[in-house]
Design a protein around this ligand. Structure first.
Ligand SMILES: [Zn+2]
Ligand SMILES: [Zn+2]
Ligand SMILES: [Zn+2]
Ligand SMILES: [Zn+2]
Length: 802
């Protein structure tokens, strides 16, 4: 999804292999302008045609048939009383409807009915307004007005309700003669009923119904650091030749302290399974929601009722405001390019949006600085500088600033007064590592950017508002030997993203609607650039946790960080999830460095594979732990058993497959069968795996899930206790994984009314999760609500304990 689609990559690979070696050699250059000049002369009309055909395979255009189909599916779900599903289907229908048409109005009106049944009255009112604005048919109006009045009554807005009822009566009288009115008699019965309710209710109005609780707006770091926007005063920027730029703690930082809170400079929503967007595929029609359907394409917040772009079926927003801001800042350029952007991948899309957000002036000034001061932009980057570190071409005059490097060397990316800029200036100075990318990769990126710029040229871009110089620059794009500044900046950003892209994640509920225990998983929602967060270096054993709320990233200390210690976060390869060799390989290929973090150094000393973090094997004879590499020998002195590694791995693989199968059964609601299979798996696992083995934990966790769906809370809790032990051994008692497992246990105990135990587990979960995510986190808030709810219960001495 980051890179272009497979077919385009394969096409460019074929083109690369056909290039004469002289052309291939020319692309070894690290000067981006040179790369673009070559790519520009190499991109043929056949290539553009091929890309165009691929782009046409992604449907981002509005399709009236799809609109009708989704609306009908929505109606079916509505009749089944599956209102949440119906709302989702109407949303999909609306995204395919053209603005100001009856179809659009009907999708919104029907969706308002679904929200009405979900008791989401505010959202229902908004949708009624949308239906009216898009031309809801006059003959159906009374039905809609009645729903509006009912919402107002439910919200306790009596005066508005009374007005709505009066309007309704007047228009109802006018409708009397009309034949097309929907079931007029039933309507009138409901109307008189409603009138009675409005009259009855003369008091101050009932309390509005509980809607999804909105956590209080997050507060920033304790004290703001003026020099590095978004960071706390306990943080300072340093730089040295071996580590490049990095952050340290200027005072002791306690676990849970908020260190950085930063809004993405740019972020682009991950399209998810692009297969689902391919034209003609069944997947497009099945109504499954992708992250792009339930999160705002601008602010990334979860959406209840989407507001679709009026030009395409792809972009959706949480509000009219987000739609407008997105349109003005970037989507008016992106909208007609929908299919091309999906074909070229998220990195190209982020690169385009970055320059659109920065604006022509900022982009061209920085590109000119680079061109003017150094002939090859990488010439000033010292070789061997660690990745993620950024170069500055503008001299930094603040050598005596407290943020100066230890050696007095100015810190790249800081402006004249020594402050780090969380702006395009900082983004621009993230390192593109042009020397380290292979020539073929540069060819792929360069060709993609040149093709994108030509499409932009066709679309008469940039918009005229940006003045003649901007237009001149863009219209000379690529056909002439001078690549435009836009192209050069975009190529730079695509290459930077390789090392500096930050995945924006969100917790998504994996279970189905109505599950009492939510099974959450981290999903990658978007890709963005965060100038302050990207100042942190990597460690496979980080001392911070990174979490997101929409497009805002927060870094909390996950342990005590002593004054002077480096603040570290994990780029992905974490010691709890991967062995050292896999981590090193990943870091080398993506980030171009060898990790020397504490975890990696320890594993180097003790040797890999002796004490696997994932848990070990047991002796088949005496059940003591096995040790050694191959064959493994029994650790008990009296036993001489030996087992080959291949045998154990085979057995483990078989068992893993059956655990997977049980997962399938659970998802297919064949719970009893799943329990049988899992219990059998557990018996087998006990024979050859230690009790801390990761697969053992997985079996226990699935058993807990199965019993929870059967409503057997005590059994579910017992299995979760077992899986907690595994998680604790593997990730540590204060780990975020522990927090998630405790959260599940809290839900199970809560549902089972095991009050005392539940409160104690809730408190533990709250402590661990707020340490990693801060007190405003949704799960933390939910735990607090659960606790409040339990405290209100009269205590029963004879309560069942799980
Ligand atoms: Zn939004
Ligand atoms: Zn659009
Ligand atoms: Zn490491
Ligand atoms: Zn033994």
């Amino acid at each position: 999804m980051d890179l272009p689609v497979e077919e385009w990559r394969a096409h460019v690979h074929r083109r690369w292999r056909q290039l004469p070696s002289s052309a291939q050699a020319a692309l070894r250059t690290s000067a981006l302008r040179e790369v673009l000049r070559h790519c520009s002369s190499l991109l043929q009309p056949e290539d553009e045609g091929f890309l165009q055909r691929l782009a046409e395979g992604f449907s981002v255009e509005k399709d009236p048939d799809a609109c009708l189909l989704y609306k009908e599916e929505g109606n079916k779900a509505f009749l089944r009383k599956a209102y949440q599903a119906a709302a989702g289907l109407y949303s999909k229908g609306a995204s395919h409807a053209r603005p100001n048409t009856q179809e659009m109005a009907l999708c919104f009106a029907n969706r308002s009915a679904a929200f009405f049944h979900l008791a989401q009255y505010e959202t229902c009112l908004e949708d009624i307004g949308r239906a009216q604005r898009h031309g809801y048919p006059e003959r159906l109006r009374p039905k809609l007005m009645l729903r509006k009045a009912e919402c107002l009554v439910a919200l306790g807005r009596q005066q508005e309700a009374a007005l709505a009822v009066r309007d309704l009566e007047q228009s109802g009288a006018a409708q009397q003669a009309s034949t097309g009115a929907p079931d007029l008699q039933a309507l009138q019965r409901r109307l008189s009923h409603l009138k009675a309710r409005v009259r009855e209710d003369t008091g101050p109005g009932e309390a509005p119904p509980l809607s999804v609780s909105h956590a209080s707006e997050e507060v920033g770091p304790r004290a703001k650091n003026e020099r590095i926007p978004g960071t706390s005063l306990s943080v300072s920027l340093r730089s040295d030749p071996s580590r490049g730029r990095y952050l340290i703690a200027t005072e002791d930082v306690f676990p849970g302290e908020l260190l950085v809170k930063e809004e993405a400079f740019v972020s682009v929503l991950n399209p998810g399974e692009t297969a689902g967007l391919r034209r003609g595929l069944e997947a497009q029609r099945d109504g499954r929601a992708t992250p792009g359907d339930c999160h705002c394409h601008r602010c990334l917040k979860p959406i209840v009722a989407t507001v679709p772009c009026e030009g395409c079926s792809y972009a959706k927003y949480c509000s009219q405001q987000c739609l407008q801001v997105a349109w003005e800042r970037y989507h008016r350029v992106e909208c007609p390019l929908g299919g091309t952007l999906l074909t070229l991948g998220v990195f190209c899309h982020v690169a385009l949006r970055t320059v659109l957000l920065a604006g022509f002036e900022a982009v061209s000034n920085l590109i000119k600085t680079v061109q003017g001061t150094v002939s090859s932009e990488a010439a000033s980057v010292p070789d061997g500088q660690p990745p993620g570190q950024k170069l500055n071409t503008r001299p930094n005059l603040a050598e005596s600033s407290p943020h100066g490097g230890a050696s007095g060397v100015p810190i790249p990316g800081c402006d004249r007064d020594g402050s780090y800029q969380s702006s395009y200036y900082a983004v621009f100075h993230l390192l593109p590592h042009t020397k380290k990318h292979s020539p073929e990769h540069k060819f792929l990126c360069g060709l993609s950017i040149v093709a994108l710029c030509r499409k932009l040229g066709e679309a008469d871009w940039p918009p005229r508002a940006q003045g003649p110089s901007a237009q001149e620059a863009a219209l000379t794009t690529e056909r002439t030997p001078e690549p435009s500044v836009w192209a050069e900046a975009m190529l730079r950003h695509v290459l930077q993203l390789h090392c500096n892209a930050q995945g924006v994640t969100a917790l998504q509920e994996a279970g189905s609607e109505g599950d009492l225990v939510t099974e959450c998983q981290q999903v990658r929602l978007a890709t963005g650039l965060f100038p302050a967060i990207s100042l942190m270096n990597h460690s496979c054993r980080p001392n911070t946790s990174l979490s997101f709320r929409g497009s805002v990233g927060s870094v909390h200390a996950s342990q005590l960080i002593a004054r002077g210690q480096e603040i570290l976060h994990c780029y992905g390869p974490h010691e709890g999830r991967m062995d050292a060799a896999t981590r090193q390989q990943k870091l080398r290929s993506q980030y171009f460095f060898d990790c020397r973090c504490q975890a990696c150094q320890e594993e180097e000393v003790h040797g890999a594979g002796v004490t696997p973090k994932q848990g070990g094997f047991r002796c088949p004879t005496c059940r003591a732990a096995l040790q050694g590499l191959d064959p493994l020998g029994c650790s008990s002195g009296s036993c001489r058993a030996q087992v080959s590694r291949a045998h154990l791995l085979g057995q483990l693989g078989d068992l893993q497959q059956r655990v997977e199968m049980a997962g399938e059964l659970l998802r297919g609601d064949r719970t009893a069968r799943a329990v049988q299979l899992l219990l059998a798996c557990r018996r087998e696992a006990e024979d050859f795996l230690t009790s801390e083995h990761v697969l053992m934990g997985e079996i226990e966790d699935r058993l807990a899930q199965a019993y929870a769906s059967l409503g057997d809370w005590p059994k579910s809790a017992a299995h979760l206790q077992n899986s907690l032990q595994v998680v604790k051994a593997q990730h540590g008692p204060a780990s975020v994984e522990m927090g998630h497992e405790l959260f599940k246990l809290a839900q199970v105990l809560f549902n089972g009314f095991a009050v005392t135990e539940a409160v104690s587990v809730i408190e533990k979960a709250e402590k661990v999760l707020s340490l990693h995510y801060g007190p405003e986190n949704e799960q933390v808030q939910e735990l607090q609500q659960m606790k409040a709810c339990l405290r209100e219960l009269p205590s029963h001495p004879g309560e069942p304990t799980a």
